[in-house]
Design a protein around this ligand. Structure first.
Ligand SMILES: [Zn+2]
Length: 464
């Protein structure tokens, strides 16, 4: 605690500055308070006069008076807020308070409350997962799970960003802060930004937890922002043969994601004040049993490993078939490998073709696979690249020669193809060349105003 609770001072929940309580009263709130008191006083005065004259009337023969205050009473004023107030109870001093957006400190005692915020969010998310488990109908269950997953990510990113900006303002006031854009949607870039503060919020995570966190962020980003070419993910899931099993996998995945995210936020909370909160529930901190994975976890991790392997071994970042023999040599032909490939397919990250007498299908990556795994596989930044490339395409002519754009930007083909594929997917099919070409997803396309609008929307999604 920075301050004795119930003193006459307040800690700013956003900046940590301490000042007298009165300094935190908003002028509009003061006006509203005066109006409420004045309304009550006027009502009392009316009441008192009325009674006074009622008696007076009764005793005087010279003056006739009738009181009508009740009929003339003004309506009581009402004041309301437009933002969503988050109500919390400080776990250090038990003060209850309400804040907008993400607050870093308890206003009464000044203890960091970042982890409290996130724990509240995680609680709600866990309730959403429970709800999805009990729901009849898999499509609805998926939607609930999808929303729950996105809520974890949104809260996680917003918290990282708030703590980073606060850290820069307090600890490095002399340094101009570069715009953060969507930097906290990528663990590598987030780590890089926190280096400006000599702090690594992810240092304590095991390699497996770090991978799980990175994948959850990447995959969620594709689905949540509707970036992917495969935006019928939920429909695809609904047709998946092992649907019930997949629902519970996704549910477990979200809980694990929330637990790992919470451990990072706990670390931020500790960093803000220099010592860990006594309220961190050690048992609740994750998560990955590296010793004996259950068959389900094993299948999921294998799917991720295969995804990373495909991204790493792709030379063109396109949808050319994966080298089957190399895949078999790396992962074997077991039933588990087949399950893992089915998982990737259900997530829209690969397409498959099965052949008689072969235990594993032939697979091709989708564009989404690169967006999901490139950050891990090749330290790529496909989302940032999409923003750069979209800006270039929008600034150029209506008829777009893909090879010319590629030559102008000068990236390796492996880096160029995933973002250009995402851009081409936004253009109406009728204006995209179908001529066979093994280098690019398409050789040329042309833009009408409607496509430019779609590309601007894409740009907005990738820079949010
Ligand atoms: Zn407190």
């Amino acid at each position: 605690m920075k301050l004795q609770p119930r003193s006459h001072q307040t800690v700013c929940p956003y900046s940590g500055q301490i000042a007298d309580d009165a300094d935190f009263a908003h002028p509009d709130d003061a006006k509203a308070a005066i109006e409420i008191v004045s309304h009550a006083a006027m009502a009392d005065i009316h009441n008192a006069f009325s009674k006074m004259f009622k008696d007076f009337n009764r005793t005087s023969r010279f003056i006739k008076f009738e009181g009508h205050y009740a009929a003339r009473r003004r309506p009581k004023p009402h004041f309301s807020r437009r933002d969503l107030l988050r109500e919390l109870v400080c776990d250090h001093c038990s003060r209850d308070y309400g804040v907008y957006a993400i607050a870093l400190y308890c206003p009464d005692c000044g203890a960091p409350n970042v982890r409290l915020h996130f724990a509240r969010e995680a609680e709600l998310v866990s309730a959403q997962v429970d709800l999805a488990d009990g729901v009849d109908g898999d499509e609805l269950a998926y939607r609930l799970l999808g929303n729950a997953h996105e809520d974890v990510l949104t809260a996680f990113e917003a918290t990282l960003k708030a703590v980073y900006l606060h850290g820069m303002a307090v600890r490095r006031p002399d340094v101009p802060v570069k715009p953060v854009k969507n930097h906290f949607q990528n663990l590598d870039i987030a780590t890089h930004r926190f280096k400006e503060l000599d702090f690594d919020p992810f240092e304590h995570l095991s390699a497996a937890d770090k991978t799980a966190l990175a994948l959850n962020i990447q995959i969620r980003h594709i689905i949540g922002h509707n970036l992917g070419v495969v935006d019928e993910r939920f429909t695809a899931h609904a047709e998946h043969a092992k649907l019930g099993e997949t629902v519970s996998l996704v549910g477990e995945d979200i809980r694990r994601f929330a637990a790992i995210a919470q451990s990072v936020i706990d670390r931020l909370d500790t960093w803000l004040v220099g010592s860990p909160s006594p309220f961190i529930d050690v048992k609740a901190v994750p998560s990955t049993q590296e010793g004996s994975p259950t068959p389900k976890e094993h299948a999921l991790d294998l799917a991720q490993r295969i995804g990373v392997w495909i991204a790493k071994n792709s030379t063109d970042g396109g949808t050319t078939p994966v080298n089957h023999e190399a895949l078999v040599a790396e992962f074997g032909e077991s039933n588990e490998t087949a399950m893992a490939i089915a998982e990737l397919e259900a997530d829209g990250l690969v397409t498959t073709t099965s052949y008689m007498g072969q235990s594993l299908p032939r697979i091709r990556p989708t564009v989404d696979l690169f967006f999901a795994f490139d950050a891990l596989a090749i330290a790529g930044t496909p989302i940032e690249d999409t923003a750069t490339l979209t800006e270039i395409v929008l600034a150029g002519p209506d008829d777009v020669n893909v090879a010319a754009v590629h030559a102008a930007i000068g990236w390796p083909l492996r880096r160029f193809n995933p973002p250009i594929a995402l851009i081409i997917a936004e253009v109406d099919d009728r204006r995209v060349s179908k001529a066979l070409n093994s280098t690019y997803p398409s050789q040329w396309f042309s833009l009408i105003p409607a496509d430019r609008v779609a590309l601007k929307a894409l740009l907005k999604r990738v820079t949010q």
